[in-house]
Every structure is written in C-alpha cells, then in structure tokens.
Ligand binder design. Structure first.
Ligand code: PLP
Length: 399
C-alpha cells in the first residue's frame, strides 16, 4: 500500500548550495567561489570579529544558567537593536511607537512579519523587486500570500529602472505589501538614491501601501547611519512600517541566527497591541529565541568600547569590498580595454550583477574553476588580493 511518503517528489535543489557543492568537489587549486553570500577577509576566511570574541569572553565569565528568554527575546537586545535601526533619538523610539522582537536571523524576521501580516491583512498581495533575494518569494508564498514583482533592475544601464518601479507603486492597490531592500540590494548591488527614496516614500504613503524594509547589510553600503537613514525616513513619514534586520553579515554571526523584526505603529497604545499579537505568532512558531547570539550582539551594542570596535571592524569589511570593486574595474580596464565595468564601483554591498551571461558564467566554471551564479551575480566579498588577478584574467577571456 502507498505510504504517506511514497508519492512525495524530490524538491528542487537550492541553486546556490548546488554551486557550493560543485565548488567543493572541484580539485583545481586555483578555484574561486564567487557564488556565496558570505563576507570573507583578504585571507579568504570568514572572520570572527574581535568585538564578538571579547563579548563572548565576558559572557563566559558570568556563566549564567540558560533559562528561557521572553517570547520576544532579550530585552536589552531588542532595545539596542531598535535604537540602531530607528535611531535612539527618533520620534518612534521616544514615543514608544515601535516594537522590536528578536528573531532567528533576517529570514526569521521576515517570516514573523509575513505570518503577522497574513493574520491581519489576509487578502493583501505582496510585491518584491525584480529580481530579489531568491528567498523573498518562497517565504511570502509559504506564508500564504500571492507574490508579484515590481520592475527594479535595468540591464541596459546596470542600474535601477526607477520610472518603472515608481509606476508600479503608483498602480498597486491600497494595502499592498511592498518589500524593499533598505540598502545593498541583493542580488544586483543597485540601490536607490536619496531623491528616489523621497519619491518612493511619498507614493507609499499616498497610496496607503505597507512598506516592509529588509535590511540585511546595514553598514556594508556607506556606513551604519547612512545605510539606516532610509528606515528613519520611512518611520518619520508615519503609517505602518515593517523592518527586518540581520546581524549575520554585519557581525559575521551567520550561524547564531541573530536578527530582529521591528514594527512602527502610530501610537504607544497601538504598538502594545501589535506586540501582543506578534508574541502569539512567535509563541506558536518556536516559543522564544535562543540566548547566545542575542547576548553577544546586545553586549557589543551597549558597551561603548565594544561598540566602537564593532564599528571599526565593520568599516574594515566595507572598505575592503570597495577596494575589491575598484581593483576589479581597474584590472578589467587593462585586460579588457573595450569594455566598461565602471558600474561595479557604483554598486553597493556584497554583490555585483556583473553583466556576465549564463554562457560566460558557465565558461568561467568549466574552463577556470571560477564559480558565479547563472544570473551573473558575483560576491565581491569573496575576492581578495590573491585571487583577483585570476578572476579578472578569466573574465577577460570569456567576454
Ligand atoms: N534578506 C536579504 C536581502 C538577504 O540577502 C539575506 C541573506 O542573504 C537575508 C535577508 C537573510 O539573512 P539571515 O541569513 O540573517 O537570515
């Protein structure tokens, strides 16, 4: 007789993990994996930040018992994160109109927001950028939403099709949920300018759309405050606002799953009701979050020396990526003089939509053991002073 599992089909493989598997199996010592979504230092290693090491040493000394955290997480963490995301002196924080709950990374924060929205706005549809982080669609669909795309990337300019994006926003039904990348757009690296954000904020407010800002790379664009500014501008504009943020990259704490969901409401009283319902979403999902990562981040953010150290270590990561962008453009000018790669320097964050075609990406893999995503997305944070010549040389050959 057929069992429960006998008719279950194999799910499609995660395309990015597939690339890593192929990379791991490759015996070429000169191989380079540009398909990842992780920051590597110039030695090709994922860093353990010194501020994290110090915070962990402090926590080890205290050696506290592991009771359950509150449903919405460690209070000191939620407070520090809310102040980081909105600004300590912002009206939403001062007036206690924002709620923040510790979440299992940025993904966990998005899922909490999606589940919350499904309960209270079940008929709304979700809009994500074209293209977007590949998990956005699946995540909101799995929460029960219809997911649409708005125009975003313009391959001809290697920038944002802003007219198309704005027009799409202007025709969305009121109450639509719009997922926006706060900074360092994944996968394209193309961000909006301040003036373009002004237009987006105006249209979102005038049409009564629900903005959901996803901030997975705060500090990797132009700096912690500069990258966070768009969140503050949305909060100042009033209206409901969802913000998911992640410390996976900015603290190099990928496996600790540290992120948060913040929601801005119009009053403290409304915020209290929102939090009470958000806690129900959490309670029925995983009850309460784990302690360690939240304690590390809370300790760093609220201890002045450690915070200073974090800001400096994050700046080192940001500057190194920028240097790799500049080196790549410079070296490509020499090796492929007919081609213009200046857009790589304009892009922000860990990724670049390189403009390489699927066939070129395939040749990089087969002939040079250089692994990128079929869309042409490369992780600039995986370039370093030792592999960049190999990578640029190979790109010049497949162009
Ligand atoms: N959102 C975007 C745009 C991302 O690129 C990522 C990670 O790659 C996430 C969310 C998820 O972050 P986390 O690893 O903290 O779940």
């Amino acid at each position: 007789p057929a069992s429960l599992f006998s008719a279950i089909e194999m799910a499609p493989r995660d395309p990015i993990l597939g690339i890593t598997e192929a990379f791991n199996a490759d015996k070429n010592p000169a191989k380079v994996n540009l398909g990842v979504g992780v920051y590597y230092d110039d030695n090709g290693k994922v860093p353990l930040l010194e501020c994290v090491r110090k915070a962990e040493a402090q926590l080890m000394e205290k050696a506290a018992p592991r009771t359950y955290l509150p449903i919405d997480g460690l209070a000191a963490y939620d407070k520090a994160v809310q102040e980081l995301v909105f600004g300590a002196d912002s009206a939403v924080v001062q007036e206690k109109r924002a709620v923040t709950a510790q979440a299992l990374g940025g993904t966990g924060a998005l899922k909490l927001g999606a589940d919350f929205l499904k309960r209270f706005s079940p008929n709304a549809q979700v809009w994500i950028s074209d293209p977007s982080w590949e998990n956005h669609r699946a995540l909101f669909e799995s929460a029960g939403f219809v997911v649409n795309t708005y125009p975003y990337y313009d391959a001809s300019t290697r920038g944002v099709n802003f007219a198309g994006m704005l027009q799409a926003l202007e025709t969305m039904p009121a109450g639509s949920i719009v997922v926006l990348h706060a900074c360092c757009h994944n996968p394209t690296g193309a961000d909006l300018t301040e003036d373009q954000w002004t237009d987006v904020i105006r249209v979102v407010a005038s049409r009564g759309l629900i903005p959901f800002l996803d901030m997975a790379y705060q500090g990797f664009g132009d700096g912690i405050d500069a990258d966070g500014k768009v969140v503050r501008r949305f909060a100042d504009a009033g209206g409901p606002l969802f913000v998911s943020n992640s410390f996976s990259k900015s603290f190099s704490l990928y496996g600790e799953r540290v992120g948060a969901l913040s929601i801005a409401a119009v009053s403290a009283e409304e915020a209290a009701r929102v939090l009470s319902q958000l806690k129900r979403v959490i309670r029925t999902n995983y009850s309460n979050p784990p302690i360690h990562g939240g304690q590390v981040v809370a300790t760093v953010l609220s201890t002045p020396e450690l915070r200073q150290m974090w800001e400096e270590e994050l700046a080192v990561m940001r500057v190194r990526i920028r240097e790799m962008r500049q080196a790549m453009v410079q070296k490509l000018k020499e090796k492929a003089p007919g081609q213009n790669f200046d857009f790589v320097v304009r892009q922000r964050g860990m990724f670049s939509y390189s403009g390489l075609t699927k066939e070129q990406v395939q040749r990089l893999r087969e002939e040079f053991s250089i692994y990128a995503i079929d869309t042409g997305r490369i992780c600039v944070a995986a370039l370093n002073s030792r592999n960049i010549d190999t990578v640029v040389g190979a790109i010049a050959k497949v162009l």
